[in-house]
Write a protein that binds this ligand. Structure first.
Ligand code: PSV
Ligand code: MN
Length: 391
């Protein structure tokens, strides 16, 4: 049975919009500061970070210039260190905190047939041992999100037994949740294809939701914007997950063909605005006002041809700009138009917000925060410095 949705309230004052922007915080990915590329070639970009320490420095600089990216996600073993408390302290000294910890279960030969779903129990135990290590890293760095993406799937019909794989998956996920302290969350990321091409063990949001529901309140769904087939209505997925209390977070990026990991908002800014609009609308209902866990807005982009640091600043300011526009939708007028079946007016109300120039509003938000009015312009000097210093 569907839940009754309350009539929304319009954010009336500039102060309320500015306060809502204060609450919109992002997390940038450590792996987005190195040189990116394709499986054909990786272009070494000037200034790209070479160590975990440089990755944290860059993430901290993004936050200094934008004021809205106070956390950095780490990926293990890419960001492996001997002393995780020292890593957390280094981050803090630079003005950021460690966000989600991402286990890497996709870069070893032994995971070729799967990690959590591998037919051999000893490989599944290895995968779980790595996850346990990540949970320990969470405790040592003050992170409360374990962000899990599995490469698991099969390439050929008959390769493995689907139902047995599903049982292995559920068992390993249950063990994963049991490793977590009560205050931490497991975010389950889905992907409809790649690296396997015949089937993927967690192919879509519905499957991730099914798992999250079985695993209980600590498990939620992570939506990577690059992980859907062409033409999928992502705003509808977001609305559905929100209404179920299972939208844990995002991997923001842009796609053109597949999991392209292009700069946030670069291909279809209107789609991202419509996604944010669903969130803003939901949090204006009573169900939204009482929702407990915050949505983790994480970026997952690697740029093949841009200097990664500048691309990250661009991504953060683009997402903030689109979120600000989403805050301006006149939800009350929209609902009136929807109830009257006035499709033209309804669409115009949405477009009106999208085409509003939010630059003055963001300039005011930035001046109150003490961050540069034009973060991208300010970031150029830092980019030149790292390009010269890092060779
Ligand atoms: C997989 O395509 C993915 O989106 C997952 O989030 C990984 O952790 C990430 O990319 C890193 O490459
Ligand atoms: Mn991702």
């Amino acid at each position: 049975m569907g839940k009754r949705v309350d009539v929304g309230r319009v954010l009336e004052t500039k102060e309320e919009v500015l306060a809502a922007l204060d609450r919109f915080e992002m997390e940038t990915p450590s792996w987005g500061y190195g040189s990116g590329g394709t499986r054909f070639h990786v272009v070494r970009q000037p200034g790209s970070a070479r160590t975990v320490w440089e990755r944290l420095e860059d993430a901290a600089a993004v936050h200094r210039f934008t004021g809205c990216a106070p956390r950095v996600a780490i990926h293990l073993p890419w960001d492996e260190v001997d002393d995780f408390p020292a890593l957390a302290q280094f981050a803090e000294e630079h003005g950021v905190r460690v966000g989600a910890v991402n286990p890497n279960l996709f870069q070893r030969d032994e995971y070729a047939l799967g990690s959590f779903t591998h037919p051999n129990a000893s490989i599944r135990r290895k995968a779980l041992a790595h996850v346990r290590h990540c949970v320990e890293a969470m405790a040592a760095t003050g992170s409360n999100i374990l962000s899990l993406w599995l490469p698991d799937g099969t390439n050929f019909p008959g390769q493995d037994n689907f139902l047995e794989r599903k049982c292995r998956l559920e068992e390993a996920l249950r063990e994963t949740v049991e490793m977590l302290p009560a205050t931490a969350r497991l975010l389950i990321e889905y992907k409809f294809f790649e690296p396997a091409f015949y089937h993927t063990d967690i192919p879509d949001w519905g499957f991730a939701l099914l798992l999250a529901n079985k695993l209980g309140p600590q498990a939620q769904v992570l939506v990577d914007l690059g992980h859907h087939p062409q033409g999928t209505n992502v705003p509808y997925i977001i609305a559905t997950l929100l209404s179920e209390g299972k939208l844990g977070g995002f991997h923001l990026n842009s796609r053109q063909y597949a999991d392209d990991d292009l700069t946030v908002g670069s291909i279809d800014p209107y789609e991202l605005f419509l996604i944010f609009r669903e969130i803003v609308a939901f949090f204006r209902t009573t169900a939204g006002a009482t929702a407990s866990a915050p949505i983790a807005y994480m970026i997952d982009q690697t740029n093949a041809l841009k200097p990664p640091f500048l691309a990250m600043v661009q991504a953060v300011i683009r997402a903030q700009e689109l979120y600000a526009k989403a805050l301006l939708v006149n939800e009350e007028a929209l609902r009136e138009a929807q109830h009257a079946g006035d499709l033209v007016r309804a669409e115009e109300i949405v477009r009106e917000a999208f085409f509003t120039d939010v630059r003055p509003l963001l300039a005011e938000w930035r001046s109150r925060r003490g961050v540069p009015a034009d973060p991208l312009a300010a970031a150029v000097a830092y980019q030149e410095k790292i390009a010269a210093g890092r060779g």
